[in-house]
Design a protein around this ligand. Structure first.
Ligand code: SF4
Ligand code: MG
Length: 317
């Protein structure tokens, strides 16, 4: 099937003082099929949010390409650029910070409708009411303000705002991380329901594999600016290949029938090194229990070692 998104050798570097460069995203490639959910996972600072923000053009790319429906998003101009901003939307981690506290919920949700001139007056308000119901709130909520809602409800408002201009693709950047555990599943279920109803494609970013497992068709694991493994969600759980993925899975506390056996907890030594001065060769080598001499010399590339299962590690050659 058709790829709605292709990320090719994407780099996003930030120049800091004194000639230092932060390589937040360093040569990341993956693609997402229409209607699919791709989960992007890694510890904080691994570059997953920066990847999302570069895809949606909140940042320019330092190098590489992002193709959306076959077109390089960083080269779009005029009407094509406006269309892109309509078709791709983002839902943020902290729904409160992303909602203007002085605007009513109705006006927040209608912002995109106004910007894109999609509806006015009664029709505009009807759309807002429909959206509120779609995300599990009700029409009367339109006249209230964000502070009157709980965290889970605010995230629903953020989702309604993203849906208002009928996007094809949503980047959800840790949309459930700030919510109570009891609310997380409800919001994930809402994302799944909306995907079915509207044929949406998702890039779903999280710091924890357990959060993306159920919603993702495929998962990519990032470490220090690079993608270290991508596979189908079930495959990744059953047969993690990269030592880092192994460690992440071993940290999931709840017994999970898809984990092939009870995993021994793998405690990684040390902290994530700074992306300003990453280790030579494999970036994971300073914490990898299986590191070999060549790991310090050669940077492993992401290669397909089994059908649709890619890994960047010298153990698989
Ligand atoms: Fe570990 Fe070497 Fe594989 Fe890197 S390349 S993950 S250091 S075994
Ligand atoms: Mg983040």
């Amino acid at each position: 099937t058709e790829n709605i998104l292709e990320v090719r050798n994407l780099k996003k570097y930030f120049t800091l003082g004194r000639g230092a460069t932060l390589k937040a995203v360093d040569n990341v490639s993956f693609s997402i099929k229409r209607g699919e959910t791709f989960g992007l996972v890694g510890e904080s600072g691994c570059g997953k949010s920066t990847t999302g923000r570069t895809i949606i053009r909140l940042y320019d790319a330092t190098e590489g390409e992002v193709l959306f429906n076959g077109k390089n998003v960083h080269q779009l101009k005029g009407k094509e650029s406006k269309d892109f901003h309509r078709k791709m939307q983002m839902v943020f981690q902290d729904p409160y910070a992303s909602l203007n506290p002085r605007m009513t919920v109705g006006d927040i949700i209608a912002e995109g409708i106004d910007i894109h001139g999609l509806a006015t007056g009664k029709e505009r308000m009807e759309r807002v009411h429909d959206l509120l119901r779609t995300v599990g709130l009700n029409a009367e909520h339109a006249s209230r303000f964000p502070h009157e809602f709980s965290g889970g409800q605010r995230q629903r408002i953020g989702i309604a705002r993203a849906l208002a201009i009928e996007p094809e693709f949503i980047i959800a950047d840790e949309p459930i991380s700030a919510l109570d555990v009891s609310i997380q599943a409800q919001v994930v279920n809402l994302f799944e329901k909306l995907q079915k109803e509207r044929g949406l494609t998702y890039l779903f970013i999280a710091h924890d594999l357990a959060m993306v497992k159920h919603i993702s068709d495929r998962i990519g694991v990032m470490y220090l600016g690079a993608l270290v493994e991508t596979a189908g969600s079930k495959e990744l759980y059953r047969k993690p290949l990269h030592p880092y993925t192994d460690a992440l899975l071993s940290a999931i506390p709840i017994p999970d029938p898809d984990l092939s056996q009870a995993r021994e907890r793998i405690i990684l030594q040390g902290d994530v090194p700074s992306p300003i001065n990453p280790p030579s060769g494999c970036r994971f080598r300073t914490r990898c229990p299986k590191a070999m001499p060549e790991c310090a010399e050669i940077m492993p590339e992401l290669v397909e070692v089994e059908p649709n299962h890619f890994v960047a590690c010298h153990l698989y050659k």
